[in-house]
Design a protein around this ligand. Structure first.
Ligand code: ADP
Ligand code: ZN
Length: 286
């Protein structure tokens, strides 16, 4: 029998744990709410231990989190709005309780991108971006076949964007107010228009404005990295007709300078499974 690997995807509201193989095939998985660090991770440990022993663990986590293995605080959460998780060391928690198990760590969006590049919407590509627009805006980036980390990891949600001429909304980012996430995340839409995004009709003015903002951040990524593919996912991306509007706006931003930016925009192929499959692949590639 092939080796069994463990994986966990830690999200802001829910956590997924799984056991699978080195090709990223899930054998069994379990979803439960994310609460405090110890409570959440104890559930994960018990679930794995009841089912299998393993030597490799892949973690896909919300951020910001230290990914540089050379740093003493590798695997520690930084300034997350989830107060209970701030300064909590995820990697130390697992190292202490799973001696000898090797641990691979990346962000949830980078893991989702890895899975989409392995078998999904960006299969066979070397340069791609995965954008999720939900409670926040997060991005995973891969350049020349390598996930991009830099000194931390991509934080595209905090890009600064040009304001829509009819928008005087202050924005919801606690740090910057009107950064990209501050203007275009799900909570920004809900506050600006007085109701959640999924209740705004398709012909509401919110959607042209939303496409304006989403296209700008994606355009910035294209100008810097020239990816082959832009995967647009997350709760807000499910709004009917939004993909087509963003593609049109991307071409409008490009104004004929770049070729076919709008055509590079695609929907995720793996849906909710991308993060946990990516976590398994992180463990497998470690
Ligand atoms: P999270 O970011 O917490 O992982 P989601 O990706 O599901 O969660 O995003 C949640 C956000 O998506 C909420 O702000 C919600 O209003 C919005 N949303 C969910 N479904 C839709 C939809 N069908 N159309 C537009 N917005 C949606
Ligand atoms: Zn910000």
């Amino acid at each position: 029998m092939s080796e069994v690997l463990a994986a966990i995807e830690l999200g802001g509201t829910k956590t997924v744990v799984a056991l699978g193989d080195a090709r990223g095939a899930i054998l069994e998985e379990h979803r439960f709410p994310t609460t405090t660090p110890e409570e959440t991770l104890d559930v994960a440990l018990d679930w794995w231990r009841e089912r299998a022993s393993f030597q490799r663990l892949g973690i896909a986590s919300f951020g910001p989190i230290r990914l540089d293995r050379r740093r003493e605080d590798f695997g520690t959460f930084l300034t997350t709005p989830k107060r209970a998780w701030q300064q909590f060391s995820l990697v130390r928690y697992f190292q202490d309780r799973l001696p000898g198990v090797s641990i691979a760590l990346d962000t949830d969006v980078q893991a989702a991108l890895l899975a989409e590049m392995d078998r999904g919407a960006a299969r066979g590509m070397s340069d791609a971006l995965y954008l999720t627009v939900g409670t926040g805006i997060g991005a995973g980036l891969c350049c020349g076949g390598a996930l991009v980390h830099g000194t931390l990891h991509p934080e595209m949600g905090h890009l600064l964007v040009r304001r829509h001429p009819e928008d005087d909304f202050a924005g919801v980012c606690p740090y910057h107010g009107d950064c990209w996430e501050g203007l275009a995340s799900g909570p920004a839409i809900a506050q600006r228009w007085g109701k959640p995004a999924q209740l705004l009709p398709t012909d509401h003015a919110a959607w042209d404005m939303q496409a304006w903002y989403l296209a700008q951040g994606l355009y910035a990524a294209c100008a810097m990295l020239s990816p082959q593919c832009l995967i647009l996912g997350g709760g807000v991306s499910q709004a009917e007709g939004l993909h087509a509007k963003v593609a049109t706006m991307l071409d409008a931003c490009s104004a004929g300078y770049f070729e076919d930016l709008g055509a590079r925009l695609v929907a995720p192929a793996l849906g909710q499974q991308a993060g946990i499959i990516g976590a398994l692949l992180l463990a497998a590639n470690d």
